[in-house]
Unconditional design. Structure first.
Length: 220
């Protein structure tokens, strides 16, 4: 497992041009991305539909980078085998979804993949604390999930990042703290200052005039 204090930049392909998805994945890799973030939406857990396991299989051959898969779906337990089969490298599920959270997390690990747990801006940190010793990554959503291009919700989410960071360190745990939504060259520093190390960014990277430059700025 990589060091939980190392900054990891994960472009979200939600903001890429899906008409040339293979090229867009390679563009992120060539621009210095660490992970590729895949946002799966089912039109039920969130108000948008994106893609499913077949899309993951389609992008898999285009990169050796970690496919960091974020399941915004109501029944992650039901579809887990399909995403594992498709070639995801890490899988994150939501605490608000309809499943036995502890069981889903352990099934992800049993498949040999690091597991992540996500929480929405309105969900208190208390909901995820009981799982802190069972996760490899905590995803603190910094927008209401569903769409790219929204504004970073600093006041609602940064106290949770900070508290998670402090608790993790106090308990000697090792999970990554990931932020997702509205991350750009400015907000990345706010998130990092509160303890986040994995930075997901769609719009600010894929729509940048120069992705290499944008990733470099986000890293420093
Ligand atoms: C939000 C998704 C995000 C989204 C981030 O529903 O989970 O990953 O793609 O997009 P930006 O960076 O455009 O806010
Ligand atoms: Zn995401």
């Amino acid at each position: 497992m990589s060091d939980c204090n190392t900054r990891i930049i994960a472009p979200s392909v939600l903001a890429s041009d899906w008409g040339k998805i293979g090229k867009e994945i390679r563009r992120a890799e060539d621009s210095g991305a660490d992970w590729i973030h895949l946002d799966v939406m089912d039109g039920h857990f969130v108000e948008n539909i994106s893609f499913g396991p077949q899309f993951v299989s389609a992008v898999r051959p285009h990169t050796g980078l970690t496919l960091d898969t974020h399941l915004m779906i109501t029944r992650p337990d039901k579809y887990l085998p399909m995403f594992i089969e498709a070639g995801c490298d890490r899988i994150t599920v939501h605490v608000e979804a309809e499943h036995d959270v502890a069981e889903t997390l352990s099934r992800i690990r049993e498949a040999g993949l690091p597991c992540g747990l996500a929480l929405n801006p309105a969900t208190p940190l208390d909901e995820v604390k009981p799982f802190f010793d069972q996760i490899d990554l905590l995803l603190v959503m910094t927008v209401v999930p569903g769409f790219g291009g929204q504004s970073f919700m600093e006041d609602e989410t940064m106290p949770k990042v900070e508290e998670a960071f402090e608790l993790r360190n106090a308990e000697g745990l090792e999970f990554h703290i990931e932020v997702d939504g509205g991350i750009d060259h400015r907000t990345v520093e706010i998130a990092a200052a509160h303890g986040a190390n994995v930075m997901v960014a769609g719009t600010s990277l894929y729509k940048a005039p120069n992705m290499t430059e944008a990733i470099r700025t986000m890293r420093s």
